[in-house]
Every structure is written in structure tokens, then in C-alpha cells.
Design a protein around this ligand. Structure first.
Ligand code: ZN
Ligand code: ZN
Ligand code: ZN
Length: 360
């Protein structure tokens, strides 16, 4: 990761957008541009990246030893009795327009607005997303190793007994496996069984999984800060005809969307490719969310694979393809892989079986 080059890109983009500075606090923009991830604290950490001149990282004194000095910016520790917002505003020369990190705590935004009453604030993502939306080779390799770890978990899960276990217990098992297979941290997986599977973002609960259930398992973790996000659907015992038929449609929809990915194709065209297959089979009303989302240091980021996003795909973009079919109160199913756009087409980072896995 070349932090200096990233800061340089941000500064050039600030210049062309007429912005005086970029202010980054908690959230993934800060590690992307400085290599340092700030803890969620009431003490302010903020990078000040002016459109020209040297960048500054304002950081609480007791956190400062965790910052790696790569020489690309100055480090300004502040003491408990200092006003860190004043240190930030001192570095800015009566700015007219400033971009501020989307995840910045409101109390700091309000304090900055109070100290800079004539400054207009705009979301940092207008600048940072433009840079982060295409990944370099190092980032793609981190995404690939995160996906590979998720694939190993998926393969192991196909041999697990699901019936008789509460969703919450399977969730614990999946998190453990994610770390065992190489994730630095695992996020809380979605384990949605039986009628719960019809709720795409169901939180694993007390329901005991039983014969005949479909179980949507949506899980992952991070490697070097980069996310895995994979969904596989399991069936406890052989699926009935209705579930098997719907799943065959879902597999075709997923493949159709993967196949259409290439540089120069609009993001919404990928959504349409999956949606058309599902709608043609008569399940159009049961596919109730977008086809996918970008992924990187954030689990959901640009580009969103949704109708209305005419943004053209470029090499280096990474996103999920995750069509689902949800029969309210009865069953649900989803297949989710992470793909990247290559110079000539697509690379699917997930290689584990996408078949409906029959489990005990
Ligand atoms: Zn989701
Ligand atoms: Zn997911
Ligand atoms: Zn996802």
C-alpha cells in the first residue's frame, strides 16, 4: 500500500472538485489514506488532507504510538487538555469547502461547523469513493484470500448437522470456522432457517433448525481489513419440488449476472441480468433487493449493483452478486459470491460449490 500515492490522488481530486481539504476520522477512509484505523472513541482522531501542502494526522496522545509513521503525513498528538478541533481548524486557512468523512461522529462535525461558520461541508465519499472504487492488485489479493477462507468454511458446513441446532449455535460455529480458516475477525453471520430464510437480513435467533428447512447462511470476515461476504443455502434433507425448482432458477440467475460482468458494462445491466431470469420464471416479486454491492474495506460500498446505477464497470472494481428468492413465511434462498472486474471480463473470487447443499 502506497499511502503517499493515495494522498496525492486525493489532493488532485480535491483540486479538480474545488475542495480545500479532506477531513477523515473513524471509518475505512482513514486506514486507506493513512494506514491507521482509529478506534471508535469520544477522543478525536482526524486526518487533515489539504488540497495542496502536507497532510496531518491529529491523534490522541495515548493512541499515537499505534500510528506507523510512513513519512507521508505529519503526526500531531494532542493532550487531554487540548482542543483537538481547534488543532484541525488551525491547519485550515479559512476554507470555503471541505469534504468530511461520512462516518465522523456528529459531535465533531457540529464542533467543526461551529468553529468554521462560513465553510460548506460535503461528504468525503464524493472524493474517496472515486479512488477506492477500483482496487489495486494488493487489495484484490486480500479480497481473494478473504473469499478463499469463506469458501473453506462453506465446504466444511456442507458436512455439518443442522437439524436440532438453534440458529444461534450455528452462527457461533460459523464465526469460529471463519477465524480458523484465516479471517482476522468474523462478522455476525446471518443464519436464517425455515420461514426466517424469507427475511434477507434475519439475525440468528433461538429457532431450532428442523427437517425440510432451507437455511440461508450469509457470512464472512476480514483479511487485512478487506471483507469476505458469501452466502450459501442449505436444505435439511432433500428439497421438495418447489424449492428445487426455485433453486435451479436462482443458480441460472446468479450465473447470468456473473457472465455479463465486463469493463464498460453498466452496473444496472448486471442487476437486470439476474432479475430477468428470476422474473421470467415467475418469481420476480420474490427478489426483493438489489443484486449486489461493492466491497473492500467496507462490506457495503460503491459500486452498487442496482437499477438506476448507470456507472460503467472498470477493471479493479469488486462487488457481490447475490440474487435471492424469498417466499414470505415459508422459505428463502440466496447465492452470493464476490467478483472482480478484470481487463477482459470477470474473476469470481469464490469457488466453493453453489449447489443447494443437502445436510442432515
Ligand atoms: Zn445483505
Ligand atoms: Zn452477504
Ligand atoms: Zn453482500
Amino acid at each position: 500500500m502506497n499511502v503517499a500515492a493515495r494522498i496525492d490522488r486525493a489532493q488532485r481530486l480535491l483540486g479538480t472538485r474545488g475542495l480545500d481539504a479532506l477531513l477523515l476520522s473513524v471509518g475505512p477512509d482513514l486506514p486507506y489514506f493513512t494506514g491507521y484505523r482509529a478506534p471508535q472513541l469520544e477522543r478525536l482522531t482526524m486526518a487533515v488532507i489539504p488540497s495542496d501542502g502536507r497532510a496531518l494526522l491529529v491523534v490522541p496522545r495515548l493512541e499515537a504510538m499505534k500510528v506507523v509513521d510512513v513519512g507521508a503525513f505529519d503526526i500531531r498528538p494532542w493532550d487531554e487538555t487540548d482542543d483537538p478541533v481547534a488543532i484541525v481548524t488551525d491547519r485550515l486557512d479559512a476554507p470555503s469547502m471541505v469534504a468530511i468523512g461520512d462516518h465522523t461522529w456528529a459531535r465533531f462535525v457540529l464542533a467543526l461547523q461551529h468553529q468554521l461558520p462560513t465553510t460548506t461541508f460535503t461528504p468525503a465519499s464524493l472524493v474517496t469513493s472515486e479512488i477506492r472504487i477500483t482496487k489495486d492488485d494488493g487489495e484484490i489479493e486480500l479480497l481473494a484470500s478473504a473469499a478463499a477462507a469463506a469458501d473453506r468454511v462453506a465446504a466444511r458446513l456442507a458436512h455439518e448437522r443442522f437439524s436440532g441446532r438453534p440458529e444461534r449455535q450455528v452462527a457461533g460455529l460459523v464465526r469460529e470456522m471463519c477465524v480458523e480458516e484465516g479471517h482476522d475477525e468474523a462478522w455476525d453471520p446471518i443464519i436464517a432457517s425455515g420461514p426466517n430464510a424469507a427475511s434477507p437480513h434475519h439475525a440468528a435467533g433461538d429457532r431450532v433448525i428442523s427437517a425440510g428447512d432451507t437455511v440461508v447462511v450469509d457470512f464472512g470476515g476480514t483479511v487485512g481489513g478487506y471483507y469476505a461476504d458469501t452466502t450459501r443455502t442449505f436444505c435439511v434433507g432433500e428439497p421438495d419440488g418447489e424449492v428445487a425448482a426455485a433453486y435451479a432458477v436462482l443458480e441460472r440467475a446468479h450465473q447470468a449476472a456473473v457472465d455479463v460482468v465486463a469493463p464498460g458494462v453498466a452496473a444496472e445491466v448486471v442487476d437486470r441480468a439476474a432479475r430477468a431470469v428470476i422474473a421470467d420464471a415467475g418469481y420476480g416479486d420474490l427478489f426483493i433487493h438489489r443484486t449486489g454491492h461493492g466491497i473492500g474495506l467496507d462490506v457495503h460500498e460503491d459500486p452498487y449493483i442496482v437499477e438506476g446505477n448507470s456507472r460503467l464497470l472498470e477493471p479493479g472494481m469488486a462487488f457481490s452478486i447475490e440474487p435471492g428468492i424469498y417466499s414470505a413465511g415459508r422459505w428463502g434462498m440466496r447465492i452470493e459470491d464476490i467478483v472482480t472486474v478484470t481487463d477482459s471480463g470477470v474473476r469470481n473470487l469464490n469457488r466453493s460449490s453453489r449447489r443447494l447443499a443437502v445436510v442432515a
